[in-house]
Structures are given as structure tokens and as C-alpha cells.
Design a protein. Sequence first.
Length: 291
Amino acid sequence: MGFARFVAIMGFANSGGALGAGHITKITKECTLLFGAANVDLWEYVPSANAYREHLYQMNNGVMVWPSINGPIPAAWPTLPAGKVGFYTIYPNPTQLLAGELDTQLKAFINSAPAQGGVLTAYAEADANPGSGGQFAPLGLTQDVLYKVHAHLLDLCKGTKVKYGAVFCGVAQESVAFAIPGLDFYALDWYDTWQPAVFKALNEWALNVSALQPYPVLAIAETNSNVEARRPFWFTAVYGWLKSYQMAHPDEVLGYWSYWHGGGPLSGPWLPNDTATIAALTSIGTDAQQA
């Protein structure tokens, strides 16, 4: 099935503009849709890939500290191959952040983004365990504090080449409520192992984000299946949904990133000999260039 046919299936094209028709400035010269992966240089296998994602965790003697609200702020935007766009998640201390004590570091980091721009978020998946106030609440990062953090970082990114947004791991209103209106984008981490009714869940998410922020720019920030044989289907299905949203709402999609982690239960390691998955990602990358 071609990506265009998802439009009719998902119903976005006949939404009557219910989700809006906003616009986002192109982040690359070639297209509006970024396409890449976390923890693998996808362009080494899929030449059309133009983006990379990384979480900048607090580390202690080489061991990740989790959860943490004391992650590093790089002195400068990380260097990638020419033309590639970095998407980074930071975990700064919120008390220091809101007191302005990190502004000098953050401005140096943000303002050093390359000409093609960059993408930034803080505390990805803060909405995990929403009934308990989110996964960072025990560390003092309540929803109210998170709102202020989002507003502060958005303000620091205004007028720069960096777009700032929120990343969720749930689709319900209680998850979307961990963000504020007015962000540059709203993104979702979504995995096959959660056994979702994928299109129904993604439609629910889009509608809930649209209730928070009319005409939202959406992205898939992480996705994968932990079953190798399902990956071609899964990647194509999730991208097809995102493509259908983009076709119905031009310029309202930021990008699509797969996620790879050898020790994690949600995905697994990148397999350079998995030709079926590489072929599926290559097809997605070709389509993304035409966005």
C-alpha cells in the first residue's frame, strides 16, 4: 500500500480542518520532514537519512543515572556530518534553570547549532506514570514546574535555529497535559511492544494535542518493534500514519526517528544485515525527501 492511501484510511483529508492548517519553517533546505534514528548513524545504511537523536543523560563513572534532573548541557551543539540535524533531549536541574543560572550555558549550546538547525526537548516522557504526577515528580519536577521549564526553554530558542518541543510516551489527555500550548512541536515515543491499536491510538493522540495546541506540528520521536520480523510493517505503518497527517495538514510534521538499544526491551540492537528492515527504512527515507 502506498503512503498516500493512508490519507483515506485515516480520515485526515476529510477532517474539515478540525486539526488545523498551521505552518512551520523548513528545517532543512530539501524538505520539511526529518528522518533519522537514535543511537545509530542511519545515513550509513539509508543515505537519505538526515537526522540523529540522542538523550544527554547524567552519567556517573560511565553508568547512566536514572531518573535524573541533573544532566549535562554541552558547551556547544554536537557536531554531526554536514547537513545532518541533531535532536537532543536534555535533563537540566529545574531549580537552577528557572533561576536563570543555566542561561549562559544554554544560550551557548543553542546558539551554536549549525546552519541546518536543530531540535531540542527536555525531560522526554515526563508523562510516564501520569496518575502519580509523572516519572520525574519524586525528584521535584512536578507538572507545574515542567510547564515553567518548557516556557523558559522555548523562550531561549526563539529567534534561533533550534526548535523546542515536548515528547510524550502516552496518547491520552492526561499525558498531553504535561505540555504547554505554543511549543514548536509535539512528539511521541511509540513502540510495538505496548501492543497498541496503532492507528486508533495515534489518532487519539493527534486530537488530544490539537485540543491543547490548535494546528500542532507533530513528530514521531522514537519507534520500533522488539520483534525483528515485524519491523518493516511497524515502521511503515507508523510512518504511513504520520505521512497521512502531513498530507492533510501541510507543514505540520517535523520528523520521524526510529530508536535502537541493544539492552532495551522495546527495540533491540541495530542489525546491519536485516535487509528487510533496511529496505523499509529506505522506502520511508525516499518518501520523506519528497515531503
